[in-house]
Every structure is written in structure tokens, then in C-alpha cells.
Design a protein around this ligand. Sequence first.
Ligand code: NAD
Ligand code: MG
Length: 404
Amino acid sequence: MRSIGQKEGSAESGAAAPRRLVILGATGSIGRSCADVILNAPGRFEVAALVGGRDGASLAKAALALGARYAAIADPAAYGELKAGVAGRGIEIGAGPEAVKEAALREADLVVAAIAGTVGLAPTYAAIAAGRTVALANKEPLVCAGAAVTRAARASGARLLPLDSEHNAIFQALGGRDASSAVRMTLTASGGPFRDWSLERINAATKAEALAHPNWSMGPKITIDSATLMNKGLELVEAHHLFAVPAERLDVVVHPQSVVHGLVSFADGSVIAGLAMPDMKTPIAHCLAYPERIASGATALDLAAIGQLTFSRPDLDRFPALRLAMAALRDGGGAPTAMNGANEVAVAAFLADRIGFRAIARVVETVLEQAAQAGELATPSSVEEALAIHHIARDRAEALLAKN
Ligand code: NAD
Ligand code: MG
């Protein structure tokens, strides 16, 4: 993995060349915040390509607003909408998985990976294998195939910039030091909407209650993961791969204000923490301009106005999904991969009103037990092997749901 370094051009030669960006997941929560940051820094960025899932009209709007050269929509059924939306504006368009991959591989200085879910693995991996610098918001690909993804980055020289707020804070706290210099890395968790709820009340939580996150406005999948605390579990696996730290040096602390995002502890007792308002525009701006600093449009942090920052241990009895994820990380092998696959199916089923909140962790736990018994959790040595474990786990989860 290499350093992104300075942009072309220098202070002596006048204005630097704009940084060329590709945004995968341009119509989502992270994608829209990226657009805000880009529009807040005129002349600084150029958009080579945008990718969206199935909302052709929104992708067309984003492409026009950002002056994108190319826009690719994953769902071919949305091609007409995209085409109508950009008609006569000289933007190249495409649809389907090949078009998405083409977008991911357009010449660019930085690719933002912000598709939701493991479906983001293929284009993100393509960009990494091609040696692009990739700002990673999309955590599921690392949980699914972290070893293969980081190996591909080392082989191609691609740099991975952590965009997830906790990992971004840790990256900044490390300040260029080797991650092995840290004795501990701590991720904070807001605790989600059910932080203070009894187990009984959590088990009976409705979809509307689970979608009402107190601090962050995000896409539906990560919002449910934040309510179960599986999101923090996925982030532990993400940190393990991004920083090559073993499970026993990773920690989670509940911090309802979401102001301290990540902390790095060193051997001498020093702890360096990353603080910012809970607004993804801050880590996005950090990644987009790295190593320079630009205005993000986020509100400035005013600690006196916030008054109190509080911390507590996560309750693994009330939040079994985090316990499962910690165990999967310790077990290693294919366990995090299978866990992630089963969780995607369970969360989608909860969002479709097919199962209750408590059943999400139950489905994940049962799939992990079944997969272990069937000998399906060997360490995946390639993306293909990881996806095989992923799809078996998804099928197992679907089979469990079909029984209910
Ligand atoms: P979202 O649901 O709001 O947006 C997802 C994006 O992916 C959309 O643009 C959608 O069109 C696109 N997409 C969906 N399926 C696709 C497919 N098959 N092919 C191509 N594109 C597809 O999600 P989000 O909240 O923006 O999160 C995106 C990723 O970033 C997730 O992995 C999430 O865990 C991570 N993340 C999000 C936040 C946040 O604050 N939202 C914070 C940290 C990390
Ligand atoms: Mg996060």
C-alpha cells in the first residue's frame, strides 16, 4: 500500500490540479455527504464517475450537480430513468455490473467506496486491485474478505483511507505511526436508540424505533446494525484488517454523545483520541483532501456547549449481536464472513417486516453454529472463497427464515 502523497502541482506552479474522484454509492447517505463536501470546495475536485444502485433519477441529478463525466447504474431497469435525467448534457452513462466496474476503474486519484453491503465488494476490489487510492466507507467487503482485500492492496500498491468515522479517527490519532506502536485501539459506539432499554423492550422493538438513530442519519442497513450494535462488531473486524491489529488489542466503549470517535493507547500510557461532531462530512473531507485539510461544512465542535462526554462498557447481554461479532473475530477463519452474510439477510428480513428485532441476532447465531458444524468456516484465501462462504451463509439464513 502506498502513500497518496501530494497532488500534482505545487505552491510555486500556482493552483494544484483538481483531484479526480470516483464515487461508488453516490445516491446514498455517504454519497450525498460527499457531494456536499465537493460542492463546498469549488475547483478542488473533478468527478470522473458516479455509481448508483437502482435510483436512476437521483443518480442523474447527482451527475448533473457534480459535473460527472460518467454515471453507471447497477440495476439495468433504471437505465431509462438515468438516460432521461441526463439527456442532452453530454454525460456518458451505463447500466449493469460491467458498467459499475467500468466506473470503478475510470482514471481517478481517489475512489470513494460507499455502496451499502457486500455487493460493494466487486467494484471496490477492482479499484484496489488496479492500485487506486480508495476511501473505504463500505465496511462489509472488509468483513467478508478482509485478508484478500488488504493483500490485493499490498500487491497493487493501493492505499486504503478509512472513511468510517471511528477508523478515520484512529488513523488520524496514529498520525503516520505504524499501527503496531499502539497497545490498544478503542472504537466508540453511540449505543444506538436502545442504549438504555431493557432486554424485554429491545426484543419487542419496532422497525420505526430501530430506524430512529439518536445521533446519525444513515442508510437503513447500517441504521439497523447500529441498533443491534452489530455495526460495532463489523467495525471491530474492519479495524482488525485495516490496521492489522489482533482482536485482543481492540476495544469498544459506549459513548452516547458520539464526539470522541476512536482512541489509540500507547505503551507509555498516552492516549490520542479523534474528536469531531457526529457528521460524516468531517471524515469524508479528511479522506477527499488527504493529506491536506479543507472545510467540510460540518458544524465546529464546541465542547463547552456539549458539556459532558460519558463512557460505559457495552452490555453484551442486551446486545447479543456485538457478542457474536466479538466471538467471530476471535474465532477468525470464515466466521466473520459467514456472520456478515447471515446478518445481511436477517437485517433485510427485519426491514421487510418478516422477522422481529430479536430474531436478527438469533438468525446470525444459528447460521454460525450450523456453518461451524458443517465445516464451512475455513479461512477464505481469496475473494472467491470468501464469497462462497458468504453465499452459503446467506442461503442458510434464508432457509431459517422460510421455516418461520
Ligand atoms: P445508503 O443505503 O444510504 O446508500 C447506499 C448506496 O449504495 C446508494 O447509492 C445505493 O444506490 C448504492 N447501491 C446499493 N446497491 C447497489 C448495487 N448493487 N450496486 C451499486 N450501488 C448500489 O447507505 P450509506 O448509509 O450511505 O452507507 C454506505 C456504506 O457506508 C455502508 O457500507 C455503511 O456501512 C458505510 N458507512 C455509512 C455511514 C453513514 O453515516 N451513512 C457511516 C460509516 C460507514
Ligand atoms: Mg462507524
